[in-house]
Design a protein around this ligand. Structure first.
Ligand code: NAX
Length: 327
């Protein structure tokens, strides 16, 4: 029996948490022979903590053989203690009429504190994956507080966008989803993101030649992927939850699977035109469990460069809003 992994999840009583925790406990994230201890962290709000109690009761009722313990807490020092993975899902949502600067400030406060505490109390091999929006910026802020854990350990999720792009390409080409490969997301997890279709393949051929509709790829395809989150809200009356949880399972699963090639928002060091010190979506190859290298070999045409420049500009603008927080 392997030693259980300690997996901290923030926002554990939220809607993504409700789709996520059962997948982790069932083995979908770390494999069918890897036991886990779930360390569930919620905001110090009575209603959220009560809901968390109910979620923990349901986890118990699943009798998952891999689930070796559940911690429920509103204390980050306890929630992140010795955690091997910290999944930062909880964040403050943008309320009606709320300015972007206020949202960034409120979330910045949360992610500064969490970054510091993770750095102080998490396991030496801790990896951090940020989902709470604005995910790239929150990840940058948390990483900026770390002195012990290297910045590469902090990643933000763009896998939902990659999964969305893969499905859109498969539908358009009328092929099975598994025929679509190498579609990666560049930049911010926001409508400005760029799904770089020029490198995608369908059944081993260039996706652009199979689809043969440049206008669709440059227009509706990019727009559909970029605005999918808003379309889900319009249809469901609530933001993506099960698909976001599924994408986080994919994000972590790929990061612990050597050889996996996938999109992750990571700290840039100037690749693909992103300036150092923004967290931007890029293709990575997992090297050893939890570690990766950025794939730098993809060339970009004029259209791709323009799209990447736009999402980069947005990342830099947002960084300017939080400059005080990342000093
Ligand atoms: P919910 O509002 O259902 O749940 C969030 C939970 O976080 C709440 O239970 C809240 O009490 C908790 N929370 C707030 N502050 C906390 C803190 N300081 N410590 C611990 N817990 C805290 O939101 P949900 O639908 O689960 O979404 C969570 C986050 O994911 C949001 O920021 C959302 O915007 C973001 N998303 C990110 C996606 C991505 O692809 N990166 C896609 C889906 C989703 O929109």
């Amino acid at each position: 029996m392997k030693t259980p992994l300690r997996v901290a999840v923030t926002g554990a009583a939220g809607q993504i948490g409700y789709s996520l925790l059962f997948r982790i406990a069932s083995g979908a994230m770390f494999g069918p022979d890897q036991p886990v201890i779930l360390q569930l962290l919620e905001a110090p709000i009575e209603k959220a903590l009560k809901a968390l109690e109910g979620v923990a009761m349901e986890l118990d009722d699943c009798a998952f053989p891999l689930l070796k313990g559940i911690v429920q807490t509103d204390k980050p020092e306890l929630g992140f203690k010795d955690a091997n993975w910290c999944l930062l899902v909880g964040a403050k949502p943008r309320g009606p009429g709320m300015e972007r600067a206020d949202l960034l400030k409120d979330n910045g406060t949360i992610f500064i504190a969490q970054g510091r505490i993770i750095d102080a109390v998490a396991a030496a091999d801790a990896r951090i994956a940020v989902v709470g929006n604005p995910a790239n910026t929150n990840c940058m802020i948390a990483a900026s507080q770390a002195r012990r854990l290297p910045a590469e350990r902090f990643t933000a999720m763009v896998r939902l966008d990659q999964n969305r792009a893969q499905t859109q390409l498969a539908k358009k080409a009328g092929v099975d989803l598994t025929a679509v490969k190498d579609i990666f997301i560049y930049g911010n997890h926001s409508p400005s993101m760029f799904p770089a279709f020029a490198h995608a393949t369908i059944n081993g051929k260039a996706a652009a030649s199979v689809i043969n509709d440049d206008a669709w790829l440059k227009g509706p395809f990019c727009e559909t992927v970029g605005k999918r989150g808003a379309a889900i809200i319009a249809a469901r009356g609530a933001s993506s939850a099960a698909s976001a949880a599924n994408a986080l399972v994919d994000h972590v699963r790929s990061l612990v699977t050597p050889g996996a090639i996938h999109s992750v928002a990571v700290k840039s060091d100037g690749r693909y035109g992103f300036d150092a010190n923004v967290w931007a979506g890029m293709p990575v190859r997992t090297t050893t469990p939890g570690s990766y290298e950025v794939i730098t070999s993809y060339g970009m045409d004029v259209f791709a460069k323009t799209k990447i420049a736009a999402t980069f500009k947005e990342l830099v603008e947002v960084r300017a809003f939080v400059a005080e927080m990342i000093k």
